[in-house]
Design a protein around this ligand. Structure first.
Ligand SMILES: [Zn+2]
Length: 418
C-alpha cells in the first residue's frame, strides 16, 4: 500500500475482502471516538493505495467537521497524484463502509473515480438516503446520472436473511473477478458500528456554549493567546465589524477582494469566503487552494481553518476558547460569488451541513453570497431536495441567501477578479 507506509499486501479481488478492509479501518474510528466510517482507494488491479477513516473527532475534541473518510481520501489523491505517480482517476475505485454524504459525493464526483463501492446505507445524510439508488439530491440530471453510473451497492449475502440486499447500481464484476457480494457479518459491522456512534457524536458536535454566553473577541488584549492565534490564521482578523452582526456592508468588500485575487493565483475561479462571528466581527476571509486539491474551495478552507483554530486552542487548554470562539452556527459565512450547481458547489453545501451538524438558529441567515450566479429558485430547489440532515427543519435546514447590502454587491462586482 502506498498511502500509509505499510508493506503492500495481496491485491483485493473480491468485494468482501475490500469491505472487510474498510471495516477494519472503521474500527480505528470507533476506538478514536468519532463516527465509525472507513474507506480505501484501490487501483483496477486491486492494489490498495490508501486507507482512511473518519477524523471529525480526535483527542475527544471536534477536530474538523469535514474530516470524513472519503473527503480526506479525495484530498490525499489530488495532493499526492503527481509525487506518487498515482493512476488516473478513471482507474481508481473508492470503497467505503457508509453511503457518502453530500460533501463526500461532491468530492468523489469532482475526482472522477471509476467506481464507488458502498456497504451500509445512511438514511440521515447519505446521498442514497431514500434507497432508490438514484441520487435525487444532486442538482441536474447529468450529475445524477454520473453518480448513478459510478456507484455500486453490492449484494449482501445473508444466510440469516437479516441483512439481505440485492445489488443495485453499476456492474463491478469486471473489477472483482473473485466475487461481488458482501458477507452479512462484514456488512453488519459497517452498519451497526456507524449507528452506534451516530447519536453520541452528533450530540458532541452540538454541545458548544449557547450564544448568550459568548464573549466578544475584540475585548481580548493583544497578548492573549486567542487573539494571537486569530491573527496568525488571518492577520486582518477583527479589523472589520458588520453594522448588524449578520448583515455585512460594503466595508467587507476589500477583504473579500484581496482573498479572491489570492484564490485566482491558487488555481481557483477568483472567489473567497468570509466568516463573521456572532458579533459581526470578521474572523477570516479565505481563498481556496485548488492547485493543491480541486476540492479545497474557499468555503471548505474557511470552515476547516476555523475548526482547526478552535481545536488547537482547546487542545492546549487555552482558557476561555469556547467563550470567544463560538460554534459556527452562531456566525455567518459569506461567499463573494455564490456557489454554482457543480460538484464543487455540492461539496460546499454538504460541508456547510457537516459544519452545522444539527439544528441551527432560524432567526438569521448563516450562509450568504454577494454576487449571484444561480437563480434563487434553483438554489432553493437544490437545498430543499437534500437528505434529511441538510433539508429537514429538525436539523440544519440549509438556506443560501443573497446579502442584504446592495453596496457590498456593487463593490464586489466592481472589484472581484473575473
Ligand atoms: Zn461525508
Amino acid at each position: 500500500m502506498i498511502g500509509d507506509g505499510e508493506n503492500s499486501s495481496k491485491p483485493v479481488t473480491n468485494v468482501e475482502n475490500a469491505v472487510y478492509e474498510v471495516a477494519n479501518e472503521l474500527l480505528k474510528a470507533y476506538n478514536q471516538g468519532t463516527f465509525s466510517v472507513g474507506g480505501l482507494l484501490m487501483d483496477l488491479e486491486g492494489n490498495v493505495l490508501y486507507k482512511q477513516h473518519n477524523n471529525v473527532i480526535t483527542d475527544n475534541l471536534i477536530h474538523d467537521p469535514t474530516a470524513h473518510g472519503e473527503r480526506q481520501m479525495v484530498d490525499w489523491y489530488f495532493e499526492n497524484k503527481a509525487t506518487l505517480s498515482l493512476p488516473e482517476p478513471e482507474n481508481i475505485i473508492l470503497v467505503t463502509s457508509l453511503d457518502p454524504c453530500v460533501m463526500c459525493t461532491g468530492s468523489i464526483l469532482q475526482a472522477g473515480f471509476a467506481r464507488v463501492i458502498v456497504s451500509a446505507l445512511d438514511t440521515h445524510a447519505g446521498i442514497n438516503y431514500d434507497m432508490s439508488a438514484t441520487p435525487p439530491a444532486l442538482p441536474g440530471t447529468a450529475m445524477q446520472l454520473e453518480a448513478q453510473q459510478r456507484s455500486t451497492y453490492p449484494k449482501v449475502h445473508s444466510p440469516t436473511k437479516m441483512f439481505e440486499r440485492e445489488a443495485t447500481g453499476a456492474d463491478i464484476s469486471c473489477f472483482f473477478k473473485a466475487g461481488t457480494t458482501i458477507d452479512e457479518q462484514t456488512y453488519a459491522l459497517t452498519s451497526i458500528a456507524f449507528s452506534a456512534t451516530l447519536d453520541t457524536i452528533s450530540k458532541k458536535i452540538n454541545t458548544d456554549l449557547p450564544e448568550d454566553q459568548l464573549k466578544n473577541p475584540t475585548c481580548l488584549s493583544k497578548d492573549n493567546p486567542i487573539y494571537t492565534a486569530l491573527k496568525e490564521v488571518y492577520p486582518q482578523a477583527l479589523e472589520y465589524t458588520a453594522p448588524h452582526p449578520n448583515q455585512p456592508d460594503a466595508g467587507l468588500a476589500p477583504y473579500l477582494i484581496t482573498a479572491a485575487k489570492e484564490d485566482l493565483l491558487n488555481g481557483g475561479e477568483g472567489n473567497a469566503v468570509a466568516f463573521l462571528d456572532c458579533f459581526g466581527n470578521l474572523i477570516m476571509c479565505s481563498p481556496g487552494n485548488q492547485n493543491l486539491s480541486e476540492i479545497q474551495t474557499p468555503f471548505i478552507l474557511a470552515t476547516r481553518k476555523y475548526a482547526a483554530l478552535r481545536f488547537s486552542l482547546q487542545l492546549a487548554n487555552t482558557p476561555d476558547t469556547s467563550y470567544y470562539l463560538g460554534h459556527p452556527k452562531y456566525g455567518t459565512f459569506i461567499y463573494a460569488k455564490s456557489l454554482e450547481l457543480n460538484p464543487q458547489g455540492v461539496v460546499d453545501l454538504g460541508a456547510f451541513g457537516s459544519t452545522m451538524g444539527g439544528k441551527i438558529p432560524t432567526d438569521r441567515e448563516q450562509f450568504q453570497f454577494a454576487v449571484s450566479r444561480v437563480e434563487q429558485c434553483n438554489l432553493d430547489a437544490f437545498t430543499d431536495g437534500l437528505p434529511p440532515l441538510y433539508s429537514s427543519k429538525d436539523f440544519v435546514n440549509i438556506r443560501l441567501k443573497q446579502v442584504q447590502s446592495h453596496k457590498l454587491i456593487k463593490a464586489l462586482k466592481a472589484g472581484l477578479p473575473d
